[in-house]
Unconditional design. Structure first.
Length: 470
């Protein structure tokens, strides 16, 4: 049987009642976190999203542009909100996926739900189905794709968006398979564009493409159901012979659900997740030893080689460049004793105090003497002070990276409030958060998006930020 059909059979059979409590718990966390970072990255406050909205032709429809009073067509809303969801690089990650699993899915789902309506239970089921599909496909392909320059968040995430939207529309198994086959031709995204506005655009295009694939399948559009395994199909072209294992994709479907294990990696800091282990170690040293810039002689940091390839940026020249600079992030941890959204906006990357520190920071890949070969998520930092002290800090993985080291509830809520406060009136924020955390009880998800719709006459809050407690 074609892989698309094998997957469709499992996707079509999934029901809300099948979701374990742990999966439902993490699904609601994923929705809340993604809504928060999408609001924070909306076009009212982020230039990449504003430029995209300016370029797209005028559109009218029922789907909300997050952080605004505007309603546009579902495909455009998926693209705009998908770009916003990743604009700050603050959205969740997943160890299986080697990327950002929720941002490809949820902007498409919200746009579709605004068009067709959906109960909270059906919305969550669709999200879980899409999340599981993209993570299990990633088991077969993504580490190779990641190391060879593809951006799996987009090249694999498109399947999550297609599956979730197909499931929300309750398409039959053949049409779900067709949506997956269509999506193979819409996959794309290269890592050369990490650190630029094009990286979040990957997510916008991915969300739009997944929704488009599902809508086309619903209307009877055709595609080759063997588009994955065909000799000129997805596996052969994105990975090549010997560089994928299709058997891995079905072997552990739902056992466990990836949302439950390894689960969501919720980011504490609004910058590339590859910097986070070193940041956790650095901030602990700053707090424990009460370090300040004048105490610093040198910082040495070690992270995994694969993660250093796109974060070794000792002289960042833009806000987006700074997000991917481990040197800049470590300097901010010392100068500001925390990492906040405003550190990656405007001319913040030119801060004189940070610039004074940057030449004293060195980053290198860690060795198997520092971390086991199978650990790709560790970080070690050594601070040498002006007094000659050598202070060491290390973490095996960043806090929040897996369900075994989750962020506490108060941190999750603080992050949502910090993000949402950039565009939503303060009285609305708690109500939206509470609604999402009880989403399975919502009769129509449009109740939630209506809560987030700004009054047309209201001026946007803009770049107002509530500091996320460190």
């Amino acid at each position: 049987m074609a892989l698309t059909l094998d997957l469709a059979q499992r996707i079509g059979a999934l029901r809300f009642a099948d979701l374990p409590a742990e999966v439902l718990h993490w699904a609601k966390i994923g929705v809340a976190d993604t809504v928060g970072v999408t609001l924070a990255g909306s076009g009212e406050v982020d230039p990449s999203v504003e430029i995209l909205e300016r370029v797209l032709p005028p559109s009218s429809g029922k789907s909300l542009v997050f952080g605004s009073a505007r309603r546009i067509g579902a495909l455009d809303a998926a693209m705009v909100n998908g770009t916003a969801a990743h604009a700050l690089d603050f959205d969740d990650c997943n160890n299986t996926f080697c990327g950002h699993p929720s941002a490809p899915i949820l902007p498409a789902l919200f746009a579709l739900a605004d068009e067709v309506g959906a109960s909270g239970a059906d919305f969550l089921t669709a999200y879980v189905a899409g999340f599981e599909a993209e993570c299990k496909i990633a088991l077969g392909v993504s580490l190779y794709q990641y190391t060879h320059g593809w951006h799996p968040t987009s090249t694999v995430g498109v399947f999550g968006a297609a599956v979730a939207c197909a499931r929300l529309m309750e398409l039959d198994q053949t049409k779900i398979a067709t949506a997956l086959a269509i999506a193979t031709s819409l996959a794309g995204g290269i890592k050369a564009n990490l650190g630029t506005m094009t990286k979040p655009l990957h997510l916008g295009q991915c969300a739009r493409s997944g929704l488009l694939a599902a809508l086309l399948a619903r209307e009877g559009f055709t595609a080759n159901l063997q588009a994955f395994e065909h000799k000129q199909g997805y596996f052969a072209l994105f990975n090549g012979a010997g560089n994928y294992d299709a058997a891995n994709i079905l072997a552990s479907w739902g056992a466990p659900f990836d949302l439950a294990r390894p689960g969501l990696a919720i980011k504490q800091y609004p910058c590339c997740g590859s910097t986070h282990p070193a940041l956790d170690a650095m901030l602990e040293l700053v707090r424990t030893h009460n370090l300040y810039p004048d105490d610093l002689a040198r910082i040495d940091a070690w992270i995994h080689k694969r993660r250093l390839e796109h974060t070794n940026r000792p002289d960042p020249q833009s806000p987006l460049d700074a997000k991917f600079s481990i040197q800049y992030c470590l300097a901010r941890a010392l100068t500001d004793r925390g990492i906040r959204m405003e550190h990656f906006e405007g001319e913040a990357f030119r801060d004189p105090e940070v610039r004074r520190i940057l030449p004293r920071i060195r980053a290198a890949p860690y060795t198997t003497e520092q971390f086991p070969a199978e650990n790709h998520f560790g970080g070690e930092v050594q601070v040498t002070t002006t007094r000659g002290e050598v202070l060491m800090g290390r973490v095996d993985q960043a806090l929040g990276r897996t369900v075994d080291r989750p962020l506490p509830e108060e941190r999750l809520r603080e992050k949502f409030e910090s993000c949402a406060a950039r565009v939503l009136p303060v009285p609305t924020i708690a109500a939206v958060y509470a609604a999402i955390r009880a989403l399975e009880n919502i009769a129509d998800v449009r109740e939630v998006t209506a809560m987030m719709e700004l009054a047309p006459q209201a001026a946007p809050v803009g770049a107002r930020t509530v500091a996320f407690a460190q």
